[in-house]
Design a binder for this molecule. Structure first.
Ligand code: NOJ
Length: 566
């Protein structure tokens, strides 16, 4: 008996002493008592590090800058930050051309700064997600340098090298999504290499097991360092058909870069992508980490595939279709019904560093702040995980350059004026009304838009009806209301052309969300009595939106969120 107790005690201590890497998360941390994963309850926030906060006043944001804003993020209601690439890079595509997957670019700081950021975040219950550029590296990565050095180099097959069809003729007709041919000729080895994006971003050869293993190891390396997951870049483009068939040309027009418009039939969304995702997921599961996908899909059926047949691929494929919708109740209702019914956990995004900000995408020029609040109430109260893009919460707008010579994003330089590039949605975070919006004491790498005078964190924190204060209130509700956290989604009044309304219900708790997506006042009768409820008690509403008995009155672009009671 005594022996048994001794063995049990030894086992207990052995468990206590088992080294867990800084990144490994305990089961209790990742799943709650009812089986909800941490990322299902979390609010994610995307940070474009160049533009968030500049601690050393060189005009470019950095990791210490992010660390200095953790209290702000905590107060806002953020549980996880996704930092777009901050690894060493020649910055041709502002970090999406990685020259070393296991380090930090000096422009952003050091690995020690990264560790500080992770521990500072951890102290505030904020997790850190990195951006994993899986499809391609920089042409300055040592793997590619070796690959390019000779046809027989060890890493030749780590990238996609092919003979041309003849002098000056690439292997096929594929064009780069960033303009020009997708093949670049290397005069020293007399072969072409393939790049879906810029020539400085050669595609890795995921058919080579050594590449796969190296990339899996990169992810392990960061998990051990405390990273809670990755946003996987450009997953659609991981594989190419080995037959290298020409892509079909769609119509006779040309795109902004003057290239024929192609359907990327043989170089995107190949079934093998899912094998790679399953592999990455297996590694992520070793550390309880989450994988978010940059999943551009044409419809819900395609999005569904990214969860994996056995939920063994991405936990969080992003619904990027949402960013393409027009601002209308029937359009959103129909889309959300599809996503919610897809069987996976929805992931809602309304903007990011590649997409025009939602503030001006949906704004009508008159009610932009109100519309921003409707959008906040929408994507923050749906069943699913929202990913906020920095600045959405203060109503930052896209401010594209007005002259070609000011453009920083190479696709803007190549495609001007049809394609102005993505500078407009990457401008510095607007912290206050001081010079450079409090982002930096030096001239920022992109100009601060004039709107910073009215839309900045410091000013909005003082205005109870600001976009920022509205975001904070919805996020607070979302964290504390069980129906909003875990409840099912039921659309209401499905033929209403103006008001998008739905219920979120969890174990008898029911919350009604009603959003007036029109410029005119609306009255809706919810027949609460018929459904066994006596009233809708306001949890959060815009000033002239309220429930009285069965009737809900909504001002133009009004929001009402109420708890139903019996
Ligand atoms: C998607 C990223 O979001 C974008 O910014 C980048 O240019 C491409 N992938 C290439 O990595």
């Amino acid at each position: 008996m005594r022996n048994k107790t001794l063995i049990l005690m030894l086992l207990f201590f052995a468990l206590l002493m088992t080294p867990v890497g800084a990144g490994a998360q305990s089961k209790a941390d990742v799943v709650d008592g009812e089986g909800h994963q941490w990322w299902q309850h979390a609010v994610f926030y995307e940070i474009y590090p160049r533009s968030f906060a500049d601690s050393n006043n060189d005009g470019v944001g950095d990791l210490k800058g992010i660390t200095s804003k953790l209290d702000y993020l905590k107060d806002l209601g953020v549980d996880a930050i996704w930092i777009t690439p901050c690894f060493p890079s020649p910055q041709v595509d502002f970090g999406y051309d990685v020259s070393d997957y296991e380090n930090i670019d000096p422009m952003y700081g050091t690995l020690a700064d990264f560790d500080n950021l992770v521990s500072g975040a951890k102290n505030r219950d904020i997790r850190v997600i990195l951006d994993f550029v899986v499809n391609h590296s920089s042409d300055q990565h040592k793997w590619f340098m070796d690959s390019k050095s000779s046809r027989t180099s060890e890493k030749r097959d780590w990238y996609i090298w092919r003979d041309g069809k003849g002098p000056g003729k690439p292997p096929n007709n594929w064009v780069s999504t960033f303009g020009g041919p997708a093949w670049t000729f290397d005069p020293s080895t007399h072969q072409y290499y393939y790049h879906f994006f810029y020539a400085e971003q050669p595609d890795l050869n995921w058919r080579n097991p050594a590449v796969k293993d190296a990339m899996f190891d990169v992810s392990r390396w960061w998990y051990k360092r405390g990273v809670a997951g990755f946003r996987l870049d450009a997953v659609d483009t991981l594989f190419e058909d080995p037959g290298l068939y020409d892509n079909p040309i769609v119509g006779s027009g040309k795109n902004a870069y003057g290239d024929p418009i192609e359907e990327n039939k043989s170089n995107t969304k190949l079934p093998e992508v899912h094998d790679a995702l399953r592999g990455l997921r297996k590694v992520a599961d070793e550390s309880g980490a989450v994988l978010i996908g940059e999943t551009w899909t044409k419809d819900v059926a395609e999005l569904k595939q990214y969860y994996g047949e056995h939920s063994n691929e991405l936990q969080m494929p992003m619904d990027l279709m949402l960013t393409k919708l027009t601002f209308s109740a029937p359009v959103f209702r129909q889309h959300i019904a599809g996503i919610d019914g897809a069987g996976g956990w929805p992931v809602y995004v309304i903007s990011n560093h590649d997409i025009v900000r939602s503030y001006d995408r949906y704004g009508d020029g008159q009610h932009n702040d109100q519309i921003a609040k409707v959008m906040a109430a929408l994507y923050l109260t749906l069943r699913g995980t929202p990913i906020l893009y920095y600045g959405e919460e203060i109503g930052m707008k896209t401010t594209p350059p007005t002259r070609k010579e000011d453009v920083k994003d190479p696709i803007g330089q190549r495609g001007w004026p049809k394609e102005k590039g993505r500078d407009g949605e990457r401008t510095p975070m607007q912290w206050d009304g001081s010079e450079n919006a409090g982002f930096s004491k030096a001239t920022p790498w992109l100009p601060v838009p004039p709107a910073y005078k009215t839309h900045n964190v410091a000013a909005e924190a003082q205005q109870p009806d600001s976009v920022l204060e509205f975001y904070k209130k919805v996020l607070k509700l979302r964290h504390t209301n069980r129906a909003l956290l875990d409840g099912s989604y039921t659309p209401l009044h499905e033929s209403d052309q103006n008001v998008f309304s739905y219920l979120r219900s969890y174990k008898g708790e029911v919350v009604l969300v009603a959003l007036n997506m029109s410029a005119s006042p609306q009255k809706v009768n919810f027949e609460l009595g018929k459904n066994g409820f006596s009233s809708a008690n306001s949890l959060l509403a815009t000033p002239q939106s309220a429930a009285q008995g069965n009737t809900l009155t909504l001002e133009p672009y009004g929001v009402f969120i109420g708890q139903l009671s019996h």
